[in-house]
Write a protein that binds this ligand. Structure first.
Ligand code: BJW
Ligand code: ZN
Length: 271
């Protein structure tokens, strides 16, 4: 029989108190209590489509207007959202441990910047950010928190499956303002079929190799390569603690499992 992960908080707290380099891997579940829908729940649909139909370079080249409407909706939600108790506890933990010469790194798949808003400093955003744009012509990457991001997207992005598509001409979608460029902008996020930024991945590898405790919070762990991060740490014999509302097949490979909404479990675990 496989060893079962433990849900013993006192034992976790003991390991946590001795850890010097903590890697916290997060997914959409950490933002669920901020009111942002997760990707693989029924609520994760937008109009008639799933994320897999919209978050691809093919979808963007076929219908840039539709994909920008989807991101208009997302960016509005993320801008209005407030960090949850889990985001806050993670940020406070980093600040507190720093005083003791211990480090915390957040390796997040989320593109909502809520960890940053909560005050986390050491963050690796492996799937990018919806608040950055990238130019398809010159490659320029820019920070952009404006909403709407361009006049034509004002009031667009309604998730109702029966609403009429905006069909915005590409010249009215977000365009590059670098001198003489005017190229089409896209959200600076990683879509299916695209490789993760190699500089970010190198930093992630370093952190996974250096950590002596790993937390895996609110992710379905089905999207690669991020799904391999925690198993990679566990295979070195380093303790991994998973926090999720429901166990997953690979949960059994980890040292600890704490079931429940992470806005409840994380503040207790990291207090
Ligand atoms: C709570 C909670 C609460 C709820 N408290 N918990 C086979 C092997 C290897 C690779 C592939 C393969 N087949 C296909 C691939 C490629 C593909 C992939 O992995 N597909 C899988 C679906 C199989 N991967 C890629 O394409 C990646 N690139 C790549 O691999 O490059 C090399 C390559 C290229 C081509 C072919 C093969 C290889 C890129 C992946 C990019 C993912 N991008 C997205 C969109 C980002 C843009 C945006 O945000 O708009 O990233 S997809 C979406 O999923 C988003 C998320 O970051 C990501 C992960 O989702 P996450 O965070 O796990 O969310 P959910 O909703 O799935 O889960 C929420 C969890 O929280 C659940 O477990 C809940 O129970 C829990 N929860 N409430 C605690 N309150
Ligand atoms: Zn440009």
């Amino acid at each position: 029989v496989e060893p079962q992960p433990k849900s013993d908080l006192a034992e976790f707290r003991d390991v946590f108190s001795k850890a010097k380099h903590i890697a916290i891997i997060t997914g959409a579940g950490v933002s669920a209590e901020s009111g942002l829908p997760t990707f693989r729940a029924a609520s994760g649909h937008w109009r008639k489509w799933k994320t897999q139909d919209l978050a691809t370079p093919q979808a963007f080249s076929r219908n840039s207007s539709r994909v920008w409407e989807f991101y208009q909706y997302w960016r509005e939600l993320a801008l209005k959202a407030k960090p949850s108790a889990a985001h806050v506890a993670i940020a406070e933990c980093e600040a507190r441990l720093r005083q003791q010469g211990r480090t915390v790194v957040v390796i997040t798949q989320n593109t909502d910047e809520l960890h940053r808003q909560a005050g986390s400093k050491h963050i690796l955003e492996v799937h990018g950010s919806v608040f950055r744009t990238r130019c398809l012509s010159c490659g320029d990457v820019d920070v952009n928190h404006h909403s709407p991001i361009c006049a034509a997207l004002q009031g667009k992005g309604d998730p109702d499956p029966n609403c009429i598509e905006a069909d915005i001409p590409v010249e009215h979608l977000p365009r590059c303002d670098e001198r003489g460029c005017d190229g089409l902008l896209r959200p600076d996020v990683i879509w299916f079929g695209e490789t993760l930024d190699s500089h970010v991945l190198t930093k992630v590898e370093k952190e996974l190799d250096a950590c002596d405790l790993c937390l895996l919070v609110g992710t379905a762990s089905v999207v690669f390569p991020a799904a391999m991060f925690a198993p990679q740490v566990a295979s070195r014999g380093v303790p991994v603690a998973e926090f999720n509302i429901r166990p997953r097949p690979s949960t059994s490979r980890f040292t600890f499992y704490f079931q429940g909404p992470c806005a409840e479990t994380i503040p207790i675990a990291l207090s």
